[in-house]
Design a protein around this ligand. Sequence first.
Ligand code: OSB
Ligand code: MG
Length: 369
Amino acid sequence: MKIKSVTLHVISMPLKKPFVTHLQTVKEREGIIVEVQDTEGLCGLGEGVAFSTPWYTEETVKTSYHILKDVLIPLMNNKPFQHPEEIGKRFEAVRGNAMAKAALEMALWDLYARQQQKPLWKLIGGVREEILSGAVIGAGDTEEMVKQAEELVEEGYQRIKVKISPESDIQIVRELRAQFPALSLLADANSAYSLGDKAKLQALDEFHLEMIEQPLGIDDLVEHSILQKEIATPICLDESIVTPHDMKSAIHLNSCGVVNIKLGRVGGYTSALEIYHLCRQHHIRVWCGGMIEFGVSRAHNLALSTLEGFTIPGDISSSSNYWEEDIITSPIVVNNGVVKRLEGAGIGVELNRKRLSEVSLSKETFSSL
Ligand code: OSB
Ligand code: MG
């Protein structure tokens, strides 16, 4: 692949309303849009999903930017390559920094698919025509959370995920279950519990949650395995699965029944596809997680979710769920709980340059030639 330049756009956009977890309230979303250009003038798009502060993982917008600029872009330019997977493998020599790696690697996959004039979903072996969508309600006042769930169900979302912590769990789950007896409901704890909270987690079993996401430590696999033997609700791992090796360990230990795959968290497609295939071989269910993303990342999530195994609705919501106006020309729209896969070349979306410049904090181009 002949890369002419890489452009990093740092952007910042307010959310329609604050997104609350026990760790952080996100009001304003910063992000990095990566644009790789080839010598023929084709562009590939990626998105860095690190937050402004290291509350979800250790990365931030600033660390991602540094790693992209000073480490990954030079490493990409170091030696020719034919396929984005070679870059995914090359980046394994750099420790950590999954979101920075993913941002550039995703852009190269998009570019590669555009060069072949094929949709990216097809290139990675996708088959699903309709991507199943679920929405997330942040923590807050119980009444407001129930109201929000009602609106989301009304909009057609097939599954509702609720953020929980020891300070706010059984009451909201009971309330939601009472209101929606048949709804596919899951709870995401973002690591708010410890093994000592076993009784509290067992108490959630009676509400038949589809799963509980990341109840324990962000880097733990052993305690999740112990907990899984004590609760009926399947455990879904998010933060704990960063590399294919983590996935192998989780399989050996029986730490989970489900994994939420996020391109950003695992460092891009090369790693995500490996994790996906491990899950398929070992009958671990998968779905696509969300990161309060802009349209570029949403389009990548759609491509990934066309893989056969993505049978559980993901954190895949309309652009309008979080944004007044997204940075792509055709925003992502959920209809009757699904999004049709995008049929254009690559990820199938284009940047809305006007909107991008409105929300832009900085733009820097690195020439590769
Ligand atoms: O833990 O899944 C998470 C958002 C930001 C950071 C971490 C998480 C989330 C979500 C998904 O819960 C929200 C969304 O994108 O709809
Ligand atoms: Mg999560």
